[in-house]
Ligand binder design. Structure first.
Ligand code: X8Z
Ligand code: ZN
Length: 425
C-alpha cells in the first residue's frame, strides 16, 4: 500500500479542495479534513468518477463526458423505436418501445466492448452469449443487479460449445460502460482457458481474473473513445493529458484504499478482533484511516453499513480488486511493450494491435495451469506484484496535483481510535 499512498493522498487533497470550494468549509469536509461520505458521488466512496464536473482540470481541453454521449445514443434508439409506433399507440405499446430501446442501447454498448476484444484478434462472443445474457433489469422478477460474469458449462476443452453469460442491469452511463468491458474480461478469460483440463480452468489468481477487463479499460484512451464516436477529437496537449489522467484516477486511484479495507474489516470479523458490538465503528474507523472519508452524522451500531456493500453479505473476497488495480498497469505496460510502444506509458493504447492481442490471449489461455508468477513473468518480465507501472503511468498527474496542492494542508486526521485499530499493510 505504501507505494501508491502518496498519489492517493494528493488526489484526496485536490478533491477535498474542490468539495470545499463547492459546498464551503463546513459542509465540504468533515472535521479532521475528511471527505464527507455523501459527497463522493458513490454510495461506498469507492469510485469518484461522478465528481467529474467538479474536478475536471481544464474545461474545454477535450470533453470526456462519456455519460452524456451514451445518453444521446440512447435517445437516438428511443426515437427510432417510437417512430415505429402507430399513431395513437397505447401506453403499453409506448412502454414496450421504451424497453426495446433500453435493451438496444445495452446491447450496443456490449457490442462496442466486444469489438475491443475482437479487434485484438480474440473470437467473437458466441451466439448463446447474446441469447442468454441479462442486459437490462427484468420487469417480472427481482434480480441481483450487481454485475457478474458466468461460465455455465465450462465448454471448450472437448469441443463442447461454451455457454458464457453476463448479468447486469445496464443503463447508459460511463460507469456501466466500463463495467461491461470489465465483465467481458472475465468472459474472455473463461473462453481462453477452457481449452485447459477442468482443474486449470480458472484465473492464475483471483486478482488476475479481475484485472483482465481493467487492463482493457486502461487502453480506452480519448483517441479510442473518439474512434467509437463517444468523445470529440482533441488536439494533443498537456492539458488534454491531465484531463485524461484525472478521469482515470477518479475511478482507479480513488479505489485503492477501499480495495484494501474491505477484507481488513472482514478478516477482523473472522479473527474476532472486530466484535459484533463494534461492526459499524470498526467499518468507519477503517474508512477514515484508509480512505479519509467520514459520514456527516454519527453512524452508530444500530446501522450495519458494511452490509450495504454487495461483496460483504455476498461473501465475495475483495482483495482481488485491490490486486487487480495494480496488476492492470503491469499487464498494460507489458502489452504496450509487446506492441512496440516506446513513448510515455500513459500515451499508449494497444487497441487493434495484433501482437499485443496474441500475448494477452496466451496469458488468458494459461489459466491456472502454472503458478501466477510464471504467467506474470511471461507478460511483464516480473514475478512480483509491483505498483511501479501504476506510478509511472500517473507521473504527469502526480506532478500536476502537487502543483495544485501547493500551499494546502493535505492529509487528514482519523479519530484516535481509528488509527489505533488499523495497522499498516
Ligand atoms: O464487483 C465488481 C464487478 C464484478 S466482479 C462489477 N467490482 C468491484 C465493485 O463493484 O465493488 C468491479 C470494481 C470493484
Ligand atoms: Zn469482476
Amino acid at each position: 500500500g505504501g507505494q501508491v499512498k502518496p498519489l492517493y493522498d494528493q488526489l484526496h487533497c485536490y478533491t477535498r479542495s474542490k468539495l470545499v470550494a463547492e459546498y464551503g468549509t463546513d459542509k465540504g469536509q468533515v472535521e479532521g479534513g475528511l471527505i464527507p461520505a455523501h459527497l463522493a458521488g458513490n454510495m461506498w466512496q469507492q469510485d469518484w468518477s461522478n465528481l467529474w464536473d467538479m474536478v475536471e482540470p481544464y474545461k474545454g481541453a477535450g470533453s470526456l463526458d462519456i455519460t452524456a454521449s451514451l445518453q444521446k445514443q440512447h435517445q437516438a434508439n428511443l426515437s427510432r423505436e417510437q417512430a415505429r409506433l402507430p399513431a395513437g399507440a397505447s401506453t403499453e405499446e409506448r412502454f414496450k418501445a421504451q424497453r426495446a430501446a433500453e435493451l438496444k442501447t445495452a446491447q450496443d454498448m456490449t457490442r462496442q466492448a466486444e469489438q475491443f476484444y475482437t479487434g485484438l484478434g480474440m473470437p467473437a462472443l458466441p451466439d448463446s452469449y447474446w441469447a442468454n445474457t441479462q442486459f437490462i433489469k427484468p420487469m417480472d422478477r427481482n434480480v441481483v443487479c450487481h454485475a457478474s460474469a458466468w461460465d455455465m458449462n465450462m465448454g471448450g476443452e472437448d469441443g463442447k460449445s461454451p455457454d458464457v453469460r453476463t448479468k447486469m442491469c445496464i443503463t447508459p452511463t460511463e460507469e456501466n460502460f466500463t463495467t461491461i468491458y470489465h465483465e467481458l474480461g472475465h468472459i474472455y478469460y473463461d473462453l481462453a482457458y477452457n481449452v485447459q483440463p477442468p482443474l486449470f480452468q480458472n484465473g492464475a489468481n483471483d486478482g488476475f481474473h479481475e484485472a483482465i477487463g481493467d487492463t482493457i479499460v486502461l487502453a480506452m484512451t480519448p483517441k479510442y473513445l473518439n474512434s467509437i464516436g463517444l468523445v470529440e477529437a482533441t488536439a494533443e496537449s498537456h492539458q488534454a493529458t491531465i484531463n485524461a489522467q484525472m478521469r482515470t484516477a477518479m475511478s482507479g486511484v480513488s479505489f485503492l484504499p477501499f480495495g484494501l479495507l474491505i477484507d481488513r474489516w472482514r478478516w477482523g470479523v473472522f479473527d474476532g478482533s472486530i466484535s459484533p458490538d463494534n461492526y459499524n465503528k470498526a467499518w468507519w474507523d477503517l474508512k477514515a484511516t484508509y480512505q479519509g472519508v467520514a459520514p456527516a452524522s454519527v453512524r452508530g451500531e444500530e446501522f450495519f453499513d458494511a452490509g450495504a456493500k454487495y461483496h460483504v453479505p455476498g461473501n465475495t473476497p475483495y482483495l482481488r480488486y485491490f490486486l487487480a488495480r495494480i496488476y492492470q498497469y503491469q499487464f498494460y505496460k507489458g502489452l504496450c511493450d509487446t506492441a512496440g510502444f516506446t513513448g510515455p506509458l500513459h500515451e499508449c493504447s494497444f487497441y487493434g494491435n495484433e501482437a499485443a492481442g496474441k500475448k494477452f490471449w496466451a496469458l488468458l489461455g494459461k489459466g491456472a495451469s502454472q503458478p501466477w508468477q510464471a504467467t506474470l513473468k511471461e507478460v511483464t518480465g516480473s514475478e512480483q506484484l509491483d505498483a511501479g507501472p501504476l506510478m509511472e503511468y500517473f507521473a504527469p498527474l502526480q506532478q500536476w496535483l502537487a502543483e495544485q496542492n501547493a500551499g494546502q494542508t493535505c492529509g487528514w486526521s482519523a479519530p484516535a481510535t481509528a488509527t489505533a485499530a488499523a495497522t499498516q499493510p
